[in-house]
Design a binder for this molecule. Structure first.
Ligand code: PEP
Ligand code: MG
Length: 753
């Protein structure tokens, strides 16, 4: 097999003629495989198409038994063809039969062929089929031949996604696309969203694949690259992005990639091989995606994803389409994507986006962090969603339940529309309470604080009129950066947060990384039990450099202001002393170098590990305040993974053991005159909040969306009566949870829940 003198160009030109002929789809396929075989001097050329039932069906062949066409199929992963489809990687073998994955299909008559070259047919990150050539002679195909076959595979990709082959495809896929379907995924950002599908990467069919004039195509490519580079530059200089800082890192990486020579060279080569500029972009994008699929290192995967993103922008530039454009008539967009970058999400007009569905993604990926920060209900790992949706389909994102309802029946749609309306009504009622102080019926003022982690979160202080930020999760800045933030970057960030917060106090929690919060650029070994592993302060004390730089940045940022530092995941009070000593060293360092100091440094510890419950008095002596991390505390108290949906609500947070643990913390604080607050999710839920008030808690920190609801609850609550209720439960032999008693109490006292 030898490509013609002009590489695949001659073949591509012939194929274009075949594409233009007015013949039946099957005849066209047959002609194409015949042309490929003869041009490449191969005895066999076969096309396999991936059906929606994951079978790869033989659609056309030159050389194999024609009787097998549309009859033979292989499952994904089965045989060499199945292996190529499942790995999205080419296979080049001189003796196919000796490969462990070889599967013998007697009906095809392929046993006489030894050499085998198969390439995946890829389109927008999906495998659509496999293209194979075979020869009797035992030979290894050259790199150019592999390239040539990959280029030709693109023609099939376009035919498969286009309309023509649909008549040959099983009816099942067509039907599946019209039915109402529910897809389960993982909730990445809570909420409900009703709307219509906007495919992030609409299926732009690159109809013009083959060019006669490589020079003019090279010019088009160059111009498009320049335009995309300019667009990335101007995005970087956008004021809101420059100011918030954290997205900048991500975009800086983009800029670097947009100037990558190797990437540009590969696209230029594809143009020289006879493809149009857009087909060349797509081809290189396919290679990139195949590599991405095989890459297990999360950091490198994310980087390859950046290239993927850029290629998409380039493609849209060449096809004259804008990024992040939601058609004017769509006011309720639910964006559906395989995965996307944080910058992509920011391209959309947030007032029109009601939800986000990702086929892949991770709870800690950049786009998820940003979606959560701007309050877009998001579901990730929604398997196969892209094969089932069409642009404009009706869709419901129920991120509370982790479900996506596609083309919902009218009764489901009506039920959800009702829910959304109720929520909106409740939100507007809470909006009226923004400037009302959270004072209980019997006159007790409760401190309501916010949990935050990104620069944009701080804006919620004004929106909710909360008392301050009770928990600032500093790890988020680290998680969305592409490299470890330097001292100056950290300091600038904390300073910006303090500036935005003004007079209101901010409690900065020291890095809680490790566990499931992995920094892509920091290589930590995989742990069997990451939640109980080398994380947070354990890592901080073993890597004091990291810890001290962060404290130095905080001290520098809080000059002449109050600085509140919070230490996560403390297990033993010796860790408190050690962390305190390091903070003290940093204060001494700032003094020695005349850097100026905060007017006051308050030192706090999170109570998240049950062992602290038996060291409370000693702990209180060492700290200025404590904050209960009930998410982790209850996870460890009940030995229940907080992220495991099957265990949600299995053990009640209002059971006697949990309440006794929470009470012992508060009592120790009162004894030692130290302030106690709680910043886990339970503080943001009304019944739980009532229980905490009844236990004596007077300060809670929660997500911004909970402030209104909890405030409305407090306004109607009589704390004295609540205390009696909680104490009588704790003193009674009754073992069931406090939940029912409090629900009855709330109903009797007209407390909104
Ligand atoms: C907690 O554990 O309750 C907490 C607030 O910390 P995080 O959710 O960040 O682990
Ligand atoms: Mg925690």
């Amino acid at each position: 097999m030898r490509p013609g003198p002009a590489g695949p160009r001659v073949l591509l030109r012939r194929l274009r003629e075949v594409m233009a002929e007015p013949i039946r789809p099957q005849d066209r396929l047959d002609k194409i495989v015949n042309q490929i075989a003869s041009n490449m001097v191969a005895e066999v050329c076969s096309l396999y198409v991936l059906r929606s039932d994951s079978a790869l069906e033989l659609f056309a062949t030159e050389g194999l038994n024609l009787e097998a066409v549309h009859k033979t199929s292989l499952q994904l992963g089965e045989g060499l063809v199945g292996l190529i489809a499942s790995t999205a990687a080419s296979l080049n073998l001189s003796d196919a039969k000796t490969h462990p994955a070889f599967a013998y299909l007697p009906e095809t008559g392929e046993e006489i062929y030894n050499a085998f070259l198969g390439v995946p047919i890829l389109r927008s990150g999906r495998t659509l089929g496999v293209l194979v050539v075979q020869n009797k002679a035992q030979r290894v195909y050259t790199e150019e031949e592999v390239e040539a076959l990959q280029t030709i595979a693109m023609i099939f990709a376009e035919m498969i996604v286009g309309d023509e082959l649909k008549v040959l495809l099983s009816k099942e896929k067509q039907l599946a696309r019209q039915r109402a379907t529910t897809i389960s995924g993982i909730s990445f950002a809570d909420g409900l969203g009703l709307g219509h599908v906007v495919l992030h990467e609409p299926r732009v069919v690159v109809t013009n694949l083959i060019s006669d004039n490589p020079n003019s195509e090279l010019d088009r490519l160059d111009n498009a690259i320049s335009a995309v580079r300019l667009a990335v530059d101007s995005m970087l200089s956008r004021r809101d992005i420059a100011a918030t800082g954290e997205h900048r890192e991500v975009l800086e990486a983009y800029r670097m990639f947009a100037h990558d020579r190797g990437w540009v060279r590969k696209m230029e080569e594809a143009v020289q091989n006879g493809l149009t500029a857009e087909a060349a972009v797509e081809k290189v994008q396919n290679d990139m995606r195949a590599r991405m699929l095989r890459q297990s290192d999360p950091y490198l995967r994310e980087r390859l994803h950046d290239f993927d993103d850029l290629a998409y922008r380039l493609l849209r530039q060449l096809m004259g389409k804008e990024n992040g454009k939601v058609e004017d008539e769509i006011k309720d967009a639910i964006i559906v994507a395989r995965t996307m970058g944080a910058a992509d999400l920011l391209d959309y007009d947030p007032t029109r986006v009601r939800g986000l569905v990702l086929e892949e993604g991770a709870p800690t990926s950049h786009v998820t962090i940003v979606a959560r920060a701007i309050g877009i209900p998001t579901i990730g790992q929604a398997e196969d969603v892209l094969t089932l949706v069409e642009d404009g389909d009706a869709i419901i994102v129920d991120a509370d339940m982790g479900e996506v309802h596609l083309r919902p029946p009218s009764d489901i749609e009506a039920a959800y529309a009702d829910k959304v309306r109720m929520r909106a009504k409740r939100q507007s009622r809470f909006a009226e309470l923004v400037y009302v102080e959270p004072i209980s019926k019997d006159g007790v003022r409760i401190q309501l604080n916010l949990n935050a982690g990104l620069g944009i979160d701080v804006e919620n202080l004004d929106k909710t009129n909360a008392d301050g930020i009770g928990l600032f999760r500093t790890e988020l800045q680290f998680m969305i950066a592409s490299s470890l933030p330097k001292l100056a970057q950290q300091q600038d960030f904390y300073e910006a947060v303090l500036n935005k917060a003004g007079e209101k106090p901010v409690t900065f929690r020291v890095l809680d990384i490790g566990g499931d919060k992995i920094l892509p650029y920091m290589r930590l070994t995989t742990e069997e039990n990451p939640a109980m592993g080398w994380r947070a302060i354990r890592l901080g004390l073993d890597r004091p450099g990291l810890f001290r730089v962060q404290i130095r940045a905080m001290i520098g940022a809080a000059k002449n202001r109050n600085l509140r530092i919070l230490i996560p995941m403390v297990t033993d009070i010796s860790e408190v002393s050690a962390a305190r000593d390091l903070v003290q060293k940093e204060i001494a360092h700032a003094l020695r170098y005349g850097h100026g100091l905060p007017s006051r440094v308050s030192f706090g510890v999170m109570i998240e590990v049950p062992s602290l419950l038996w060291q409370l008095d000693e702990l209180m002596e060492l700290v200025d305040f404590v904050s209960v991390g009930s998410n982790d505390l209850l996870q460890f108290l009940t030995a229940c993974d907080r992220g495991n949906a099957r265990l949600t609500n299995r053990y009640d947070a209002l059971s006697k053991p949990s309440l006794l643990a929470l009470k012992s913390i508060l009592d120790a604080g009162v004894r030692e005159n130290k302030s106690v607050t709680l910043c886990g999710e339970m503080g943001g839920q009304p019944i739980e909040a009532l229980a905490l008030l009844g236990l004596g808690y007077r300060s809670l920190s929660m997500n911004p969306s909970s402030i209104g609801l909890v405030k409305a609850t407090i306004l109607e609550a009589d704390i004295k009566a609540l205390t009696v209720e909680v104490e009588s439960f704790l003193a009674s032999p009754e073992q069931l949870s406090l939940r029912q008693r409090l629900t009855d109490f709330a109903q009797k006292n007209h407390i909104p829940l």
